[in-house]
Design a protein around this ligand. Structure first.
Ligand SMILES: [Fe+2]
Ligand SMILES: [Fe+2]
Length: 161
């Protein structure tokens, strides 16, 4: 594997751990304001991000590649309401998608077909994640004026999971 690809994959492990950290912090925020459904949703997202990190880790091991550890940033937690949290989550997912695309582009340039194939799963997964957050974000936006509806949404999410 080319050095650049190894470097980007290791960096991606760090991004996935950071994503888990960010969503766990968002879950904490929702717990603190007694929105348990949203808290559960975010906690599940955090778990998924850990699985993404694990997937890349396993791939590097499979390729007998070096795994490097980097500091995981602390997320900013100064959200003012649910919409604010979802806005940040969706921006974050878009950023992650662009990182995956950058990785894919590099793998393509280096003719690393195995990595391209591996990344296909992530390309698809990012579409789903962006969509999942976008739907929640739009619902929150639509109900912005009425906190009673937000509470109903929270109950729905709590039931779903
Ligand atoms: Fe992820
Ligand atoms: Fe994600």
């Amino acid at each position: 594997m080319e050095n650049k690809i190894n470097e980007l994959l290791n960096q991606q492990i760090n991004f996935e751990f950071y994503s888990a950290y960010l969503y766990l912090a968002m879950s904490t925020y929702f717990s603190e304001i007694n929105m348990d459904g949203f808290a559960k949703f975010m906690k599940n997202q955090a778990k998924e991000e850990l699985e993404h990190a694990q997937k890349i880790y396993d791939y590097l091991l499979l390729r007998n590649e070096k795994i490097t550890y980097q500091r995981i940033e602390a997320p900013d937690t100064d959200w003012v309401n649910a919409q604010d949290v979802l806005d940040e989550a969706i921006e974050h997912e878009k950023m992650i998608s662009s990182k995956i695309h950058e990785l894919y582009k590099t793998a393509k340039e280096k003719d690393d077909f195995a990595t391209m194939n591996f990344l296909n799963w992530f390309v698809e997964e990012q579409l789903e994640e962006e969509e999942k957050f976008r739907i929640l974000q739009e619902k929150i936006k639509a109900f912005d004026e009425c906190s009673c509806t937000l509470e109903a949404m929270d109950r729905e999410l709590n039931k779903d999971q």
